[in-house]
Design a protein around this ligand. Structure first.
Ligand code: NAI
Ligand code: CS2
Length: 488
């Protein structure tokens, strides 16, 4: 059967323009999910198209992803990205991936050794917020997580991302090899420091000398990553097959917009990503904060309220003028005033976000974005709320967003259907929901210090605003609550 590696593809398909034989695994990437395929791999592919070179990627997945990786191998590590915009669709074949390893197909030992090859200069990660095993409220390694407990007892056979990084760095140090740069590309505030805290937290428990060596020799640049890349579906894969004339099980669709802002601190070199439009900066935090609060904050708001109101996709929410107005107002009146970025036209940014959310070609499910809320609420909503509380400014839509999450994790939608809530804290959340009722649900959920810390539940103004929003939501329903809140 033909694959994208052997088939003749239509003329409009962009193909790799460089010699793939030159590629070496200089970047090892953890998490061959939807996002990485259409973001970091595509931008590295753009650099290779412009100037050739050897910056190939080795993709790693641990305990899942074995089927995807066998499929990737069967097509010479090539795969398709379909960029879908208002002006039509552009299929691109990505050639930057050089090899891939998976614990089921290969072995954990082979994976760890891959990180120890001398040419490896960067280890990048898109392992979702929960993959770092941090306590979201403190940003520190959560020593109680089972994978961390396992890795501290079995340091040479680690199961967590921090455990693998520490074991690989330990072996490189023992062998006199230069270390690598650790590049987090997840939507976490100050992701460079978070991954550094996770790695140093683990290394310190193993050996303070190792921790000191890592602190002195390894860099952990922060990044702001942006591109909307919904999970692949049967429909999206069928659409790509129709566009390129052959089945590609590793293909992914995305929006055309792409942005990557990276702190320029690499201990062992990097591709010339600036050629691909990547912004290399000295301080990424203002960019991260802008994106996490304006884009992701309104995304989560739309995900919870939209799901409750019966909207399956973000683009469906955008067809509703009240949802649209609420999202724009949330961005401009409640999130933008909390940012410290300068020199960016925030109104223009907000308008462009609304356009991106409206893209009808992208079927981005509200359910997908609603996932893992415990890991997302702090940076997307609660940090901004803390500033409003200090300043005594208004934040009615943020309050509705938090109440929306509470209503969503309560497990039943407005038509009485059960919600499939996915979250690393789901068991804890469900037991709180089961032992509370509609009247005390807010205070019961606020006891989750992993999300709300200890300051917010003790802040009377905070509690009362969330209770008001909860009351509006449970009595009026999501759609009407949005209308009432926007008209306050
Ligand atoms: P995905 O579900 O397609 O891929 C997630 C990857 O993480 C998989 O390869 C999975 O094996 C791995 N993973 C999950 N839990 C892990 C753990 N505990 N330890 C190690 N690896 C683990 O998700 P997708 O869409 O690729 O997103 C991944 C992350 O990328 C997001 O959580 C977000 O932080 C970031 N991101 C995603 C964007 C998107 O639009 N999809 C855009 C911007 C950032
Ligand atoms: C989304 C993000 O899934 C989510 O939580 O908010 O993945 C969003 O699509 C990206 O951050 C856009 O860059």
């Amino acid at each position: 059967m033909k694959t994208i590696a052997t088939a003749t593809l239509p003329d409009n398909v962009q193909l790799p323009q460089y010699d793939r034989q030159q590629l070496r695994s200089r970047i090892v990437h953890f998490g061959f999910g939807a996002f990485h395929r259409a973001h970091q791999a595509l931008l590295t592919d753009r650099v290779l198209n412009a100037q050739g070179g050897d910056w190939g990627l080795c993709e790693i997945s641990l305990f899942s992803g074995d089927v995807l990786m066998s499929q990737l191998r069967a097509q010479d590590h090539l795969y398709t990205v379909l960029e879908k915009g208002a002006d039509g669709n552009q299929p691109i074949i990505i050639g930057a991936v050089n090899e891939c390893l998976n614990a089921k197909l290969d072995s954990l030992a082979a994976i760890i050794e891959k990180f120890c090859e001398p040419q490896v200069a960067i280890v990048s990660l898109t392992i979702t917020e929960k993959g770092y095993c941090i306590d979201p409220a403190t940003g520190r390694l959560d020593l109680s997580q089972p994978r961390i407990v396992h890795d501290l007892e079995n340091p040479s056979e680690p199961h967590s991302a921090p455990g693998i990084l520490v074991e690989a760095l330990h072996r490189r140090r023992e062998r006199g090899l230069v270390p690598f740069t650790v590049l987090s590309c997840d939507n976490i505030p100050d992701n460079g420091h978070v991954v550094k805290n996770a790695v140093l937290g683990m290394a310190n428990k193993r050996s303070p000398e190792l921790a000191q060596w890592i602190a002195e020799h390894v860099s952990f640049p922060g990044t702001m990553v942006d591109r909307i890349v919904p999970a692949a579906t049967e429909e999206s894969l069928a659409e790509i097959e129709a566009a390129i004339g052959v089945n590609d099980p590793c293909a992914i669709s995305s929006e055309p917009f792409i942005q990557w802002v990276v702190e320029d601190h690499f201990v062992a070199g990097r591709p010339d990503w600036e050629i691909a439009g990547v912004q290399l900066v000295s301080d990424v935090l203002p960019w991260e904060q802008m994106k996490l609060r304006m884009l992701n904050g309104s995304h989560s708001f739309l995900a919870y309220l939209g799901y409750l109101a019966g909207y399956e996709h973000i683009s469906d929410c955008m067809q509703d003028a009240d949802f649209r107005r609420a999202a724009l107002r949330l961005m401009m009146q409640e999130q933008a005033p909390t940012l410290r970025i300068t020199g960016v036209d925030l109104q223009g940014y907000a308008d462009s976000l609304i356009d991106r959310f409206t893209n009808p070609a992208l079927k981005h499910r509200t359910w997908q974005i609603a996932m893992d809320g415990s890991q997302k609420l702090p940076q997307r909503m609660l940090e901004g709320i803390r500033l409003h509380l200090q300043r005594e400014s208004d934040w009615p839509l943020l309050a509705l967003g938090v109440a929306g999450w509470m209503r969503y994790v309560s497990g039943t939608d407005e038509r009485g259907n059960a919600i499939d809530v996915r979250d690393p804290l789901v068991e804890k959340i469900q037991s709180i929901v089961a032992s509370s009722n509609e009247h005390d649900r807010v205070t019961a959920l606020l006891t989750l210090s992993e999300i709300f810390g200890t300051d917010l539940p003790q802040n009377a103004a905070f509690v009362s605003k969330i209770q008001q929003a909860w009351h509006r939501l449970t009595t009026e329903g999501a759609r009407q609550a949005i209308i009432s809140t926007v008209n306050l």
